[in-house]
Ligand binder design. Structure first.
Ligand code: SF4
Length: 364
């Protein structure tokens, strides 16, 4: 098959096979990928609005025993600089965020083996009761698997009890690249691709909505990118539990992997990832661009390469900051960045429910 034939079939709505996906990723020109992705974006989300969320990503602990070599955030138990916040401290933080208009808290650790399951349950149930303005978007798959290990409960039981406590959505972090060849090298203690997919599958089966993420720009090859997207697409066919797909690039600062990969992936590669994921993931509604992880200009351009969401305002963020990567915005700037990209801005909730639309003022 030629590229021209593939473009025609993509425009016609045909699903790509992994082999076709790899051929496209390797051979298509960036602007062609962008055109195709943009067409699909408007087919799926016809409104001329780009969504964003008022959110914050605090961490309750930086203690972790998983030793991912791409991570600059964690500390081993007992090391200098470790912290674990009490539930009281976190609730106070959430109340402060809510007072500033934040509606989504994405909360993650470390994977701290000293925390009992009740700590997590209390974190969820008290957030729901005491800070009702906040949607708790809590705990990565690694933390959920650790809860099962510490409590001796099954994965289903852990997820069911978190649901009873009031949790309804889970962030998609921790996927990195769903290729065991790569996982063995960058996060050998974190488990397999099937571990991440298994938690997501069970969560979706129980009614949770989650996101799916991908961190590229390290040891992966194009084949691993396609394997990742194929795994996400296949799981999405089962329960339609993913709300959005969010790619971001590896940030090497202060990580052990920096010795092998000292540089950032390019903006061109980011735009390829955004466009290619929009084309490949025909069953995922939203692709999220990130002003935060790739820079504001690149984030804006990504809105013309298939992304329909601009992520969150991120009141607090510590994981990229540990890798010396810091970007800041506020609500007004976030709206302006979307407007300046040529779109209306729509504030959304965690589950992509629209709260308000702020139209772009068009030149007379
Ligand atoms: S990425 Fe998460 S699981 Fe891996 S070392 Fe860092 S905090 Fe631990």
């Amino acid at each position: 098959m030629t590229l021209a034939e593939l473009y025609r079939d993509i425009r016609g709505g045909r699903r790509l096979t992994p082999e076709e996906g790899l051929f496209l990723l390797r051979n298509a020109q960036l602007l062609d990928l962008g055109d195709l992705a943009n067409e699909i974006r408007f087919r799926k989300n016809p409104e001329s609005a780009v969504t964003f969320v008022l959110d914050s990503n605090p961490n309750y602990t930086n203690v972790c025993t998983i030793d991912c070599i791409f991570c600059a955030f964690y500390r081993h138990p007992g090391e200098e600089g470790v912290y674990t916040h009490t539930v009281d401290e976190m609730i106070a933080k959430f109340k402060d965020s809510a007072a500033k208009g934040i509606t989504t808290i994405l909360l993650q650790g470390g994977v701290n083996p000293d925390l009992p399951f009740d700590y997590y349950l209390e974190m969820v149930s008290r957030t729901v009761k005491e800070v009702p303005e906040i949607h708790p978007h809590f705990f990565s798959t690694s933390e959920i698997l650790e809860m099962a290990r510490v409590s001796g409960l099954s994965l289903t039981e852990v997820l069911s009890r978190l649901w009873e406590a009031g949790l309804r959505s889970i962030p998609g972090g921790g996927a990195e690249i769903l290729s065991d060849r790569v996982k063995k090298k960058i996060s050998s203690k974190k488990g397999t691709s099937e571990d991440w997919l298994g938690v997501m599958r069970e969560a979706h089966r129980l009614g949770y909505r989650t996101t799916a993420t991908m961190m590229y720009g390290h040891l992966e090859k194009d084949e691993d990118i396609v394997e990742h997207l194929e795994s996400v697409r296949r799981l999405q066919d089962e329960h339609r539990g993913f709300t959005a797909f969010i790619p971001w690039s590896f940030k090497p600062g202060n990580t052990p992997l920096e010795k092998i990969i000292p540089t950032y992936a390019t903006p061109k590669r980011y735009l390829e990832m955004i466009a290619f994921s929009r084309i490949y993931l025909d069953n995922v509604d939203h692709i999220q661009a990130s002003w935060f992880s790739e820079g504001k200009k690149t984030g804006q351009i990504a809105l013309h390469f298939g992304a329909d969401d601009f992520g969150g305002t991120l009141l607090e963020e510590n994981v990229h900051a540990a890798a010396n990567f810091v970007n800041k915005t506020n609500t007004e700037e976030c709206i302006s960045l979307i407007h300046d990209s040529g779109f209306d801005a729509a504030q959304r909730g965690t589950l992509y429910d629209i709260k308000r639309v702020i139209p772009r003022i068009k030149a007379a």
